[in-house]
Design a binder for this molecule. Structure first.
Ligand SMILES: Nc1ncnc2c1ncn2[C@@H]1O[C@H](COP(=O)(O)OP(=O)(O)OP(=O)(O)O)[C@@H](O)[C@H]1O
Ligand SMILES: [Mg+2]
Length: 367
């Protein structure tokens, strides 16, 4: 089984350093998702693994085989690596059938069955086989490119945003079908995506790139709950970041006193919560200090943004309702309102008074 290792891979175009010493290990048969801003070097990294570019220095190995050692490299066609590029890049002079069946003799046994099976997998009808690439939509071209790469039964599959042109439902079902097929065949896979939930659901390992560096790599849940900094947090979903004072595993912040995942840190720090950790419940507008819980946190809804299943509420935290509610001494209150989630159909209206409850621990950023 294949396991991919990248060791100190560097690449510059002219004076511009695009990859600055990448180390990455991908276990045999596993799935890795790479996320990161546009221009951070994701495609360049895939092209080096595929063999379309040589690194300036550093090594690429698959299993026991050294594929690149600086500019010395095994050519792309001898690597057994499937690559679905960002734009599909179908052969324009071949029909859909020619593209999917590329590299297979016309009279090869079960050629037609195999092509039909691949078309089914990417949810396209075999009536499309006679069409030319320019007669397909962007999403259809991507799916044909995927079928063409799968047809080669590669040992390693590189997917550069292969689902980006598909609508939500088709995207989820195609992703699932592809993940199942790759898993069953034991094909090690690397997926580049801008879709955070796609990265988290598809992968065993998520790697975040920034300016040519891999800034954090780990299990999806670990990265989601314990990102190293605010930018990484933002790549994997929405986050609420607050200044806090830490002591003994607790943080005093604008939301009151909440548990944190670092019991050693003391003093000022930035803490992070995911929106789903904050529950919002409407309380009567005429509540007084006697009806409120002195340890609880209250806010006023300034705006609601209906988004289907989830509505986003803009909530300004209230320092006090009557005399009972106040922030702990010495805690900086962020004046910016918080963006909180609520079930779309049960969202409190604008002007409502809400109580905010925090579930689980907040994460403390390491720097
Ligand atoms: N052949 C090339 N010559 C010069 N510069 C290049 C070349 N290919 C890529 N670059 C530059 O390298 C950087 C990284 O490009 P790359 O395509 O790897 O980014 P990416 O992370 O895939 O971005 P996106 O998310 O937009 O696809 C960019 O600044 C790009 O302009
Ligand atoms: Mg790219």
């Amino acid at each position: 089984m294949t396991s991919l290792e990248l060791f100190e891979v560097r690449k510059s175009y002219g004076a511009v350093a695009v990859l600055g010493g990448i180390n990455l290990s991908v276990a045999a048969g596993s799935r890795t998702a790479i996320v990161g801003p546009s221009g951070s070097g994701k495609t360049t990294l895939l092209r080096i693994i595929a063999g379309f570019e040589a690194p300036d220095s550093g090594r690429v190995t698959v299993g026991e085989q050294l594929l690149a050692d600086g500019p010395e490299m095994v050519p792309a066609h001898r690597r057994g690596i499937g690559f679905v590029p960002q734009d599909g890049a179908l052969f324009p002079h071949l029909t859909v059938e020619g593209n999917v069946g590329f590299g297979r003799a016309r009279n090869a046994p079960q050629r037609a069955e195999r092509i039909a099976e691949l078309m089914d997998m990417v949810a396209l009808d075999t009536s499309m086989l006679a069409r030319w690439p320019h007669e397909l939509s962007g999403g259809q071209q991507q799916r044909i490119a995927l079928a063409r790469a799968l047809a080669q039964r590669p040992r390693l599959m590189l997917l550069d945003e292969p689902f980006s042109a598909l609508d939500t439902g088709l995207r989820a079902s195609t992703r699932k079908a592809v993940a199942q097929l790759l898993g069953k065949a034991g094909i090690t896979t690397i997926l580049v995506t801008h879709d955070q939930s796609e990265a988290l659901s598809f992968a065993d390992q998520v790697a975040v790139m920034r300016e040519g560096q891999l800034v954090q790599c780990g299990h999806p849940l670990e990265l989601y709950l314990r990102p190293r900094d605010e930018a990484i947090a933002g790549f994997l979903g929405e986050s609420i970041v607050l200044p806090a004072q830490l002591a003994g595993g607790w943080a005093d912040c604008a939301l009151g006193r909440i548990a944190v995942d670092d019991s050693q840190r003391e003093g000022s720090a930035q803490i992070m919560l995911r929106p789903e950790q904050l529950q919002v419940a409407q309380v009567p507008a005429d509540i007084t200090e006697h009806g409120t819980d002195p340890a609880a946190c209250y806010g006023a809804v300034l705006d609601t943004d209906f988004g289907g299943a989830v509505s986003v509420l803009t909530v300004r935290l209230l320092r006090r309702i009557g005399a009972a509610i106040s922030q702990p001494a010495g805690v900086e209150t962020r004046n910016a309102p918080l963006l909180l989630h609520s079930a779309g159909l049960r969202a409190p209206p604008v002007g409502a008074l809400v109580r905010i409850t925090v579930a689980g621990q907040a994460h403390v950023f390491s720097d």
